[in-house]
Design a protein around this ligand. Structure first.
Ligand code: GLN
Length: 202
């Protein structure tokens, strides 16, 4: 295979394996990232779903918070799903005490926004940025995007207008989990951005 692109999956906590599988199927060379040296080797990064408050604590304990912030500011393409979107948000509503994010996306997200009675649901969403057919989106104790700053492009919304996917520069975030049902098109966006940045032909 001609020069495959190295994509990291932040592997502190969460559904790492599902992301690794999709990325491998797309032809990426997958690196599980738990230390700064691993982060330094990747051309793009997925921050998985899981529990953002735990991921935040572990990223600080593993000395990754600073390197992750620097990588994001330096233009590393990053895709965050669910807890990963929370990690990328500049502001969180309903965070736990002391919870920090990496930031980079000028959005406000509300954690666990859909309430206990509908903690999980699935719906087909039109996402023009990834084309047809609609994306079958799985929401699990998902955040919603409450405020979108200038320069942030909403990529998808629920029928009531609630924004659930965004993009700004090198960063993409979705409230839902495409990796749960083998939906590859968001990961392909990440891979394309990583290839553009490194100049490796697809
Ligand atoms: N509720 C979780 C959080 O706050 C996110 C859930 C998920 O990633 N599926 O981090």
């Amino acid at each position: 295979m001609a020069g495959s692109t190295r994509i990291g999956v932040l592997a502190l906590q969460g559904d790492v394996r599902e992301h690794a599988r999709i990325l491998t199927d797309l032809g990426a060379d997958v690196v599980l990232v738990r230390r700064p040296e691993e982060l330094a080797r990747v051309d793009g990064l997925v921050i998985p779903g899981g529990e953002s408050s735990v991921m935040d604590k572990l990223s600080r304990a593993f000395g990754l918070q600073g390197p992750l912030r620097d990588a994001i500011a330096g233009g590393l393409p990053v895709y965050g799903t669910c807890a990963g979107l929370i990690m990328l948000a500049d502001r969180i509503v309903d965070a736990i005490d002391g919870q920090e994010t990496l930031g980079g996306l000028d959005v406000t997200v509300r954690r666990n926004a859909f309430g206990s009675q509908v903690e999980s649901f699935e719906i087909d969403l039109d996402v023009p940025a990834v084309g047809t057919p609609p994306v079958h989106a799985v929401f699990i104790r998902a955040p919603l995007v409450e405020h979108v700053g200038p320069g942030v492009e909403p990529l998808a919304a629920l029928p009531d207008g609630t924004v659930v996917a965004v993009r700004a520069g090198n960063l993409v975030g979705t409230s839902f989990h495409p990796e749960m049902n083998g939906e590859p098109r968001f990961h392909r966006l990440l891979l394309d951005a990583a290839r553009d940045r490194t100049g490796i032909a697809a």
